[in-house]
Design a protein around this ligand. Sequence first.
Ligand code: FES
Length: 162
Amino acid sequence: MTRTDMLKPESTAKIDREIAKYPADQKQSAVMSALRIAQDELGWLSTETMDYVAAYLGMPSVAVYEVASFYNMYELKPVGKYKITVCSNLSCTLMGAGGIVDHLRNKLAIDFGETTPDGRFTLKEGECMGACGEGPLFLVNNRRMCGSLTVGTVDQILAELE
Ligand code: FES
């Protein structure tokens, strides 16, 4: 049985606005937006949350699992308050992403896929984010892109987030 009170009314109102962008019989087209909105509120996507989204959109749960597991901006297990996704593709690597990753690993004392014990930071490896000229770069919580990184700017950004 899927809970009907999984998300706050503000979040379901946002999902309803996304659904309204599509024809009435195509509610499932809003699945990516609905997952993003659910993740924004809850921090990650549990099976229960994905089942809720599936029921809300009138689509099979497995179809929602497929979307959520395909795109790396969705989290299928809990992450820290700040998720730092570092691009490790070719252009960023050539522009020094390796040094940035080493610095983050040392400073946060975690590796890719791990979260600091205080629950503040999760470090993830990401694919090209289409901003290669700004490399090396990372994304904070899928939204804030920080580019042209140096060890110094990384320290500044981490200090802001602390
Ligand atoms: S290679 Fe990093 S943004 Fe394209």
